[in-house]
Design a protein around this ligand. Structure first.
Ligand SMILES: Cc1ncc(C[n+]2csc(CCOP(=O)(O)OP(=O)(O)O)c2C)c(N)n1
Ligand SMILES: [Mg+2]
Length: 609
């Protein structure tokens, strides 16, 4: 056997550089790294050696640089991924939140935190949390519950099994998620005689499993007896490259489609079969159809509570639930009749089994009514001194956007407003991280989207709260010459949670800056802050000024940050559905008691399984 002598770290990156996707591209498109004593000498030296095939990028924070990697994979529908490496202690645990984000959203990322010395010579090494009763526990054990595959590399040759497993998990459409290979720092630097064949180029194909014939027959029979079915389109429609198949299915059988946060843009907003966004942040058109549906067909959806209205939305007596999902865990949720298959293959097979059957199309006035209600909210305001609303900001961005613009966000007011109001033109134009809804995904995520699709305009929405939580990758974007438009809606605090607090009977408390403990009123200069990191930063004093800046931002090279003050109180009152939030059973405050009564009533709408 021909061998080649390399360190374990050199072998890892050489192997990764040889892994390809079906299009012949490097599957691991790059590595985000913040070095420390657990990775600088081993992995750092190895990454330098492959910098031409597998470029290394430097972030400012381990969590957010991992967000960039994850957003990159999401925007490319999981066709490529990135590696992220950190030192052994706080650098590693900083990445755990991002790892959980990838885990929830079923997105691939390769986490390579450094780890303690396998030989334990210098124990306890700097940053080693010592466990008194278990010598094998290290900081990186915190990744275990949020990794689809976890391994600790304590001998070089373990990579011979660990790396192919890592690739399989990231490229498998059902199991897809983050992989953590915790890499002991002495092992990174240790040499081994590797079989040369280990580094042969390998292509990883996306599995496309067809449905089981018996499952398909059961689901087709159910659908044939339905009168008013609805399709709930989730993220799996995008990741399964099934947007065309969905459209063909909806058109051929006249089945209305509603879209989750991850599924939005599966069909164009104005497609007659697209009834709009579903659930807590949904349109009345979509939710009304769901309320009356006698059969709900989920396609690539996890059925999280924002989609199902905490399972109060699909409330027609005797309604059936079918879940077409490549992951059997999702296909059997809440009593669903499973159709465990690739979304595209499943839809095509189901369409053939339905033999041209068509259903009654919901009345077109449902959508017309919805837009008649919400369109005026996004119009530019007339004269007056009132603060703009977040809906008006969405409207201005929409008017400036082209068909290729990608809007993105993750937490705060904007995910709800965008889900309800944004008119997505084509697949991939709406990028919402709403599985983990992680404040701080936004700016870092925008970098990943732009790296994935450099030719598309990217608009990143962030609230002042999210901006304050994680803004440092703005400096990375500027340093890397990444261009996007950053909209900072400054409503002086956590506006959406303040509204949630008020809506559950709470007193305004600890959300907006002015109702939080303070000695001096908060006075953050967002323009100066963003500008100091290299962005072109401006303040828009009105929607008109916002529109002027959006026009300029289009041709701007670099990040164009527009700060606009918005009113924290209004949000789109139309549409939506109940969302279960635990309201106190006992309180001295009448408002809380009233909210509890509503809560108990609404819980009765919740389906039992
Ligand atoms: C990391 C993280 N912490 C806390 C939350 C809970 N949370 C969701 S939105 C939000 C406030 C967001 O404030 P801001 O970004 O200013 O948006 P606004 O609602 O004011 O527009 C909070 C605290 C979260 N989603 N993520
Ligand atoms: Mg805010």
């Amino acid at each position: 056997m021909k061998t080649i002598r390399l360190t374990a770290a050199q072998a890892m990156v050489k192997y990764l550089a040889a892994q390809k996707n079906e299009s012949g591209e490097a599957y691991i498109a790059g590595c985000w790294a913040i070095f420390g004593h657990g990775n600088v000498a081993g992995l750092g030296e190895a990454l330098y050696g492959v910098r031409d095939q597998l470029p290394t990028y430097r972030g400012h924070n381990e969590q957010t640089m991992a967000h960039t990697a994850i957003a990159y994979a999401k925007q490319l529908r999981r066709a490529r991924a990135m590696m992220v490496t950190s030192s052994i202690g706080p650098g590693a645990t900083n990445m755990v939140t991002a790892c959980a984000l990838a885990y929830v959203n079923r997105l691939p990322v390769l986490m390579v935190p450094g780890d303690v010395f396998a030989h334990r010579g210098p124990d306890p090494v700097l940053q080693q949390p010592e466990n008194f009763s278990d010598g094998t526990v290290t900081a990186t054990d915190t990744f275990r519950p949020v990794s689809r595959y976890f391994d600790r590399i304590t001998r070089p040759e373990q990579l011979l099994t660990a790396l192919p497993r890592a690739m399989r998990v990231m490229t498998d459409p059902a199991e897809c998620g983050p992989v953590t290979l915790a890499f002991c720092q002495d092992v990174q630097a240790e040499a081994y005689d590797w079989p040369e064949a280990f580094f042969d180029e390998r292509v990883w194909h996306r599995r496309v499993p067809p449905p089981d014939p018996a499952e398909l027959a059961r689901v087709a029979d159910l659908l044939k007896t339905a009168k008013h079915p609805v399709i709930v389109a989730g993220g799996g429609v995008h990741y399964g490259y099934a947007t065309d198949a969905l459209r063909a299915f909806a058109e051929a059988h006249r089945v209305p489609v509603v879209e989750t946060q991850a599924g939005k843009s599966a069909l164009p907003w104005d497609h007659p079969m697209n009834l709009g966004p579903v659930g807590v942040t949904g349109a009345s058109s979509a939710n009304e159809v769901c309320g009356k549906a006698d059969l709900v067909l989920g396609v690539g959806t996890r059925f999280q509570d924002f989609t199902t209205g905490s399972w109060s939305l699909f409330r027609a007596p005797g309604r059936k639930l079918v879940s077409l999902n490549i992951q059997p865990y999702d296909a059997m949720k809440h009593g669903a009749v499973p159709l465990s298959a690739d979304a595209k293959a499943g839809l095509e097979a189901l369409s053939a089994a339905l033999k041209g059957k068509t259903f009654d199309v919901p009345s077109a006035t449902l959508k017309a009514d919805w837009f008649a209600k919400v369109d005026p909210l996004t119009d530019a305001p007339g004269e007056g001194n009132q603060k703009p609303t977040d809906m008006q900001v969405v409207g201005a961005v929409q008017r400036a956007a082209g068909p290729d613009t990608v809007v993105m966000c993750a937490a705060g007011t904007m995910p709800g407003e965008l889900h309800k109001l944004w008119k997505a033109g084509r697949p991939g134009s709406y990028h919402m991280e709403y599985g983990f809804s992680c404040m701080g995904y936004e700016i870092a995520g925008a970098i990943g989207i732009k790296m994935a699709e450099p030719d598309r305009d990217v608009v990143c929405f962030t609230g002042d709260g999210t901006y304050m939580m994680a803004n440092s990758e703005l400096a990375t974007a500027c340093m890397m010459g990444i261009s996007f438009t950053l909209i900072i809606t400054d409503n002086r605090g956590f506006g959406c949670i303040n509204r949630l607090q008020m809506g559950t009977g709470g007193e305004e408390f600890n959300n907006l800056l002015d109702t939080a403990h303070h000695v001096n009123p908060s006075a953050i200069d967002f323009v100066a802050h963003a500008g100091s990191m290299g962005a072109k930063a401006v303040k828009a004093g009105s929607i008109t000024e916002l529109e002027e800046h959006l026009a300029k931002a289009k041709d701007h090279n670099g990040v164009y940050a527009i700060v606009i003050d918005t009113d924290p109180y209004p949000s789109t009152p139309h549409g939506g559905s109940w969302w279960e939030v635990g309201v106190p059973e006992v309180s001295d405050r009448p408002k809380v008691r009233a909210a509890r009564e509503v809560y108990e009533t609404r819980r009765k709408d919740q389906s039992a399984v």
